[in-house]
Design a binder for this molecule. Structure first.
Ligand SMILES: [Zn+2]
Length: 68
C-alpha cells in the first residue's frame, strides 16, 4: 500500500499518509500545513533518499539507540 511517512516542516509532527498519486500532498494532521517532507519508510524501502538521518528514523525515535 502506498503509505508513506512524513515529517511536518512546520511543527515537526511525524505522521503517515496514504498517497495515491505521486503529486498528492500530505497534510499535517496537527497543524494542517502541506509542507511535510517524505521520510524513507521503514526497512522495506531500500533505495532511500540522500541525506536522511539513516536507520534511526525507522525506530521510535524517542529513546535513541537502545540496541545494546
Ligand atoms: Zn504540522
Amino acid at each position: 500500500m502506498p503509505i508513506f511517512e512524513y515529517v511536518c516542516g512546520r511543527c515537526g509532527e511525524q505522521f503517515e499518509a496514504l498517497i495515491l498519486r505521486a503529486d498528492d500532498k500530505a497534510l499535517c494532521p496537527k497543524c494542517g500545513c502541506d509542507q511535510a517532507r517524505k521520510l524513507a519508510s521503514g526497512f522495506a524501502v531500500g533505495g532511500g533518499g540522500p541525506g536522511l538521518d539513516g536507520p534511526g528514523l525507522a525506530s521510535s525515535g524517542c529513546g535513541g539507540g537502545g540496541f545494546s
